[in-house]
Design a protein around this ligand. Sequence first.
Ligand code: FAS
Ligand code: PHB
Length: 390
Amino acid sequence: MRTQVAIIGAGPSGLLLGQLLHQAGIDNVILERQSGDYVLGRIRAGILEQVTVDLLREAGVGAGVAAGGTVHHSIELVFGGARHPIDVHGLTGGRVVTAYGQTEVTHDLMQARRAAGLATVYEAADVTPLDFDGDRPRVSYRKDGSAHVLECDFIAGCDGFHGVSRKAVKEHVSEYEKVYPFGWLGVLADVPPVSPHAIVYGNSERGFSLCSMRSLTRSRYYVQCPLDDKVDDWSDQRFWDELRRRLDPDLAGRIVTGPSIEKSIAPLRSFVAEPMRFGRLFLAGDAAHIVPPTGAKGLNLAATDVKYLSSAMIEFFSERSPAGIDHYSQVCLKRVWKAERFSWWLTSLMHRFPDTDGFAQKVQEAELDYLVHSKAASTALAENYVGLPL
Ligand code: FAS
Ligand code: PHB
């Protein structure tokens, strides 16, 4: 089989890249290790920057987020028993974020890909990128016990943090990593969100908490938990009680509880692999970088990687110009590192660290107090939260 671009991974990065390339008349095939249902079953991101919403529209899948997304003009920080609004819209000259789940984004992209009759090989085993240091790259894989080779012009490694693409170039990659000494216990429940128009980030002496949503009838909540906690340690009742303890009394009193439909613990890390291009192989999204979810940047960074990569490939195929692909890694990493900094900063500010001494705790409290009372500091938070300009 032959295609112009072989895409490894059918998460948001791979599906969005496939859609943008298809819109430009560039043939592509996606090879995905899991089943489509398995990919859709993963509960992950929930907040889209405007750049991402615009990209979904450009990819021809903007209808879902336009109909089902909830626009947020502000966020709220809860600490010291009080809630502090940050007017993101006002501080950034009218920019906003949209609450719309990664699951829904993935569903919309899958539906568009199916409707366009594009090739996606689910449950592809032993996917292996080959010969990408020359101009005739290939990807081998197994499907239903048979061996296959996909010949192509480019390979896009959109296979996430645990994928095969970065592993294929491990001797050429510089890795930068920070692992955090806690995780996030997340609960999804079909109850109305306690704060439908502002994501609430809490820092209490018991730890971090987050009140988010997927729709006006489905909520997403998180509490910081020790890394050695297990999901089975947390009954729904224990989760709701702990979440309430970490919020201000007014908000705690308004939480609508209900049975969890998903409950999971995610570890937090900051990670960057440099560079992101190796001959005809390109890394995009979580295959190249990971951020702690505090800044809601993971999915959005994946989207902007894909914006840069699709533009570079379209330029190559339409003008035979290598300029975009030659600058891909450098352009992406400039944006990636700014998102890594912001996500590390907000994580450091909003979580309780087991090894924090008295002085560091006082400094954290002073920084929170300064942040919500300084227009300059709030503006810096707001402009990073809505996403820096491309
Ligand atoms: P993905 O990991 O989503 O997709 C990679 C795809 O490649 C998967 O479908 C995988 O099955 C496939 N694959 C892997 N190896 C393969 C192989 N060898 N062959 C073929 N296919 C292979 N971001 C936020 O902004 N907010 C959040 O709250 C948030 N929560 C998260 C919680 C968890 C548990 C995780 C893991 C991530 C979270 N993220 C969050 C980040 C997340 O949203 C990612 O940024 C986003 O999924 C990135 O998309 P992809 O780059 O497509 O990677
Ligand atoms: C989510 O809705 O899952 C979410 C929202 C904001 C974040 C992280 C996750 O910072």
